[in-house]
Design a protein around this ligand. Structure first.
Ligand code: NAD
Length: 463
């Protein structure tokens, strides 16, 4: 689906019209091109006094060879020295330097008065962040704070980050990462993701990192030796997921209904994967998924992407449309998960990744069935996460407006509104959803469990 407005906005006449009428101006978003460099430009590092995560952050910046800067901050300089990070000096008040990413360690903030350190760090450099840049605030999970005052101050970070995401424009994305006590060692996959162009269409999100076993991985091929099943893989978002997981090293079993066999064969051939042509609502779907994966060494990753819409206002909705959507989008996922978890269907450190929707967060006219199913998917993640063992995790992505056949079918005016009502003023691409799924799929992401991350360009819906 082409975005003609975006093409128009890039033309000289389009730029003039957009400026004069105050219309939304979609910026070009940088997307993943190569594994290195993770950040294409300088990274500015800051920290509130007595912060505890700067060492872990500095270590990750050293690992990715980031060109890192910091102002006159002794604690940061010590953390950098211990991590082997070469920290360049940034002179406060220098208006010439530009940064591709700015990271602030807010873990030391103990009360609301100390939130001033956040303001004091970001205010002077607010205009010095480059297009497609990143603002990342790292805090401690409020629920694990030692005092109520600390919990309140840490919770306040969310409003700051979400406002920055809306204010900074130019394709700059802002994220908040909450780290549980003792989970510093689990931060790397998340920080690499939010720093890189893989997170182009993810903004205003909160990612929670908990303590878990750490695994050494090859960051260039984080899924090497893994077997993944992707449902609904013959087109759209599922096709992009299959490509990205394969790029990251996984053998991908592409699953879709038998009617999609030709496209399924095409996608599998493109990525050297295999196919499984079944309907996920079949009672034996879990068994067949397990059997197909066992033939490849066992299942490491299942991505529940297949989904449908059958939109009607509730007053006009036939019972079969209600049942069909709930069955494919929600009940089938529950049944497959139940089977896999009850029958040793997932290898240790396995991954279950669901595809929800912002419709499941915000609700949508004509989508009582779809929104119920997608809110239910968030329920699957929330209530399954605490039950999992052996390093198995479950997380979800909640896409906003993504350019696919599904959104091409939306009536023009609603489609245009959906495309523009976000901080990036454009729809996302299937690859944006796929990259976020790849974050959860990574063997290094055992500390991510129970997260729901929106891939919506910070859509106003349900924000
Ligand atoms: P799509 O219609 O292009 O692709 C969905 C795929 O799922 C199709 O190949 C279809 O054959 C397959 N499928 C449907 N029912 C199935 C079944 N019973 N068994 C096996 N396969 C089945 O849709 P898409 O836009 O790529 O969406 C993928 C997922 O993303 C869906 O879960 C959708 O709800 C979700 N989503 C999409 C958007 C968007 O903007 N496109 C937004 C939010 C959420």
């Amino acid at each position: 689906m082409t975005d003609q407005y975006q093409a128009f906005a890039k033309s000289p006449i389009g730029k003039l019209v957009i400026k004069n009428l105050g219309l939304p101006s979609p910026t070009f978003l940088e997307r993943f091109e190569s594994v290195t460099p993770v950040v294409k430009g300088a990274v500015l590092l800051g920290a509130a006094p007595a912060s505890t995560l700067s060492g872990a952050i500095a270590q990750i910046l050293a690992n990715i060879h980031a060109n890192s800067y910091a102002g006159n901050n002794t604690e940061l300089q010590q953390a950098a020295a211990q991590s082997g990070l070469n920290l360049n000096a940034f002179n406060d008040g220098d208006k010439e330097s530009k940064f591709k990413a700015v990271i602030f360690d807010a873990s030391g903030i103990q009360n609301s008065e100390q939130l001033h350190s956040l303001y004091a760090f970001f205010k002077p450099i607010a205009r010095q962040i480059q297009a497609s840049g990143r603002v990342i605030v790292v805090g401690i999970t409020p629920e694990t704070a030692k005092t109520v005052k600390q919990a309140i101050a840490q919770r306040a970070l969310e409003g700051f980050v979400k406002s920055v995401g809306k204010e900074f424009k130019k394709g700059i994305a802002a994220q908040l990462v909450y780290v549980d006590d003792g989970a510093q060692a689990n931060l790397e996959s998340t920080l690499r993701f939010v720093l890189s162009s893989r997170s182009a269409y993810v903004s205003g999100q909160v990612i929670r990192v908990s303590q878990a076993n750490t695994v050494e991985i090859d960051w260039a091929k984080p899924l090497a030796g893994k077997t993944a099943v992707v449902t609904g893989a013959s087109r759209g978002i599922g096709e992009a997921i299959a490509h990205v997981l394969s790029r990251d090293g996984a053998h991908v079993i592409c699953l879709d209904v038998p009617q999609q066999q030709a496209d399924l064969d095409r996608v599998a051939a493109e990525i050297g994967g295999s196919t499984l042509a079944i309907d996920i609502t079949a009672p034996d779907a879990g068994e067949k998924i397990k059997a197909a994966a066992v033939a490849q060494g066992g299942l490491d990753i299942i991505v529940h992407n297949a989904g449908i819409t059958r939109d009607k206002t509730l007053a006009n909705m036939k019972p079969e449309l209600w049942d069909l959507v709930i069955n494919i989008n929600l009940s089938a996922i529950e049944r497959v998960n139940d089977y896999l978890l009850a029958n040793d269907g997932l290898n240790s450190n396995g991954r279950i990744i669901c595809v929800s929707s912002i419709s499941g967060i915000a609700g949508n006219l004509g989508q009582t069935n779809y929104a119920a199913s997608k809110a239910g998917v968030i329920g699957v993640v929330k209530f399954t996460a605490p039950l999992l063992k052996n390093g198995v995790t479950i997380n979800a992505v909640a896409p906003g407006f993504i350019e696919t056949q599904m959104t091409a079918a939306i009536p023009f005016a609603i489609r245009e509104a959906g495309r523009r009502m976000n901080s990036m003023s454009q729809g996302g691409l299937p690859v944006d959803v796929a990259e976020t799924i790849a974050l959860f799929a990574s063997s290094a992401s055992t500390g991510l469990n129970g997260n729901v991350v929106r891939v919506c360009g910070q859509s106003l819906l349900g924000a």
